[in-house]
Ligand binder design. Sequence first.
Ligand SMILES: [Mg+2]
Length: 361
Amino acid sequence: MSLLQPARSLPRSLGVRTLRHRVAFAFDIDGVLKAGPTVLEPARRALQLLEGNNARSVRVPYVYVTNGGGPSETERAALLQRELGVPVSPTQVIQAHTVMQSLVQDFGDKPVLMIGGPEGVPGASRAVMEGYGFRDVYTAQDIQAWAPPVYPFAKLDPRWHEAGAVRQADFSQVHFAAIMVFHDSRDWGRDIQLMCDVLRSRDGVVGNVGDDTHPQVPLFFSHGDLLWGNDFLASRFGQGAFQHAVAAVYKATSGRDLVATTFGKPERGTYEYAHERLRARAAELGHEAGELNTWMVGDNPASDIAGANGYGWASALVRTGVFRDVEGPPAHQPTIIVDDVEGAVLHALEQEWGTSAQRKH
Ligand SMILES: [Mg+2]
């Protein structure tokens, strides 16, 4: 019998049980589904299970919640679909900067300094921000093009001019209303310099250094991961490491503590957003409304697991990424520690369903 059938057609006891406990998943990507550019084989099997190749032949709602980013949600969904071999809707993709859309109401029509993001296609990250509704976005490259001495140790990549991606302005007249770190900085030196220029400015204008008693320009980071796992043998610095560096240089130059808002995991707002998406996904799959019992599957105790614990989700910590047993017990205790994402999904489904999750052949 399929869970997709309306509960009223089920025996009463079964209907009540299935309504009250409906399992859903939120997957981290890096270190869980992928190691660097490589898709992990257990990830393919885990997702096939959730797409209906399971003992109950039901499709299970899930979303991807990554502190990664760069492309739009539509582009990322298409990429994931090619990589993972399952259908992926843009509404299932929650990147670190996805939740920054909530800032459009306050800053949508004001000048914003956007920091970070992939530079393979000049201007592509700005286009993502514009897609969210921000209408006045400037990049570090725009300021470099306006005044190369603003950071003389790195030259603007000439492809920005060739592609027509530089947005020209007289930055002595631009009053930035906010700084948004969209994705990892590709040039910490340049970006810390420009951020401190604006943070220390008395009116949000680059270079108008004040006396550091004025209110600080609002600053937003898309996530705060200190470390992340890729295909290198040790963990790599994440945006959280960059935030530490910005704060240290700002403190050393201004004497003030940096004030910033951070999105992404483990921040509660990201989990609330994911929860709403999962409810919508369950409805799309034809499941009747009911309580969701959601499992976060992640490799990073400090973000994936800490956020799940804070929001009241179950969690599975995998051994394919940042977390390593040799470094001792995780700082944030998950519901279970498993070798990989397939182990996580099998454990969760079997616990929720009370039977084997794998289809009998
Ligand atoms: Mg990860």
